[in-house]
Ligand binder design. Structure first.
Ligand SMILES: [Mg+2]
Length: 184
């Protein structure tokens, strides 16, 4: 992989871009609360607007899902490993950039190995440093708050999810396969 010199960096968010975390998050929520909520019903970034949970409870459940159910969390699309390798071969450095709490870090690494996802680095953000301040040419993220601070020549691509439909952003994709096409 290192034979191809990478000239640009493509940063990829982890949750809800690479890993379809909310599929399992809603499943665990339903088990606990005897409900039948689906990912498509999570139409606000702030889950507390939709479900009767505090910010702490939302976060605790997120950490639980990563610690105990990480093998059940599917990739967001089929063939993800190959798509990322092809983008890398085209000369893009692959950087995975994820903001999360420390207890879930080991499981992110396990998940990436399990699904054979290539990356040139893996960056865990614990503080409130905006993603826009990290070194990349392009960032793919499902969180509007991570894209708003990005200034040209950097590019922000929004990864479509039910919770970001109302955000006014010109560059959107449904899949990494679409990103691959954009980079052609
Ligand atoms: Mg995300």
């Amino acid at each position: 992989m290192s034979a191809v010199r990478a000239t640009k960096t493509l940063s990829i968010d982890f949750d809800s871009v690479l890993a379809d975390t909310m599929i399992v998050w809603t499943k665990e929520y339903n088990k606990l609360k005897h409900t039948n909520v689906t990912k498509s019903e999570i139409t606000y970034w702030n889950i507390g607007m939709i479900l009767p949970l505090s910010a702490d409870e939302i976060s605790t459940m997120f950490n639980y899902v990563w610690q105990y159910c990480w093998r059940d969390i599917p990739p967001s699309e089929a063939g993800q490993s190959e798509i990322i390798k092809r983008i890398r071969r085209r000369g893009y450095r692959i950087s995975i950039l994820t903001k999360r709490e420390r207890p879930t870090v080991a499981y992110v690494a396990k998940w990436l190995d399990y699904h054979e996802i290539y990356s040139d680095d893996l960056i865990f953000i614990y503080d409130n440093t905006p993603k826009a301040e990290y070194a990349f040419d392009i960032l793919i993220d499902d969180a509007p708050s991570n894209l708003v601070d990005i200034n040209p020549p950097k590019i922000g691509i929004l990864f479509n999810q039910p919770w970001n439909k109302d955000f006014n952003w010109p560059l959107r994709v449904n899949t990494l396969r679409e990103v691959e096409q954009l980079l052609l």
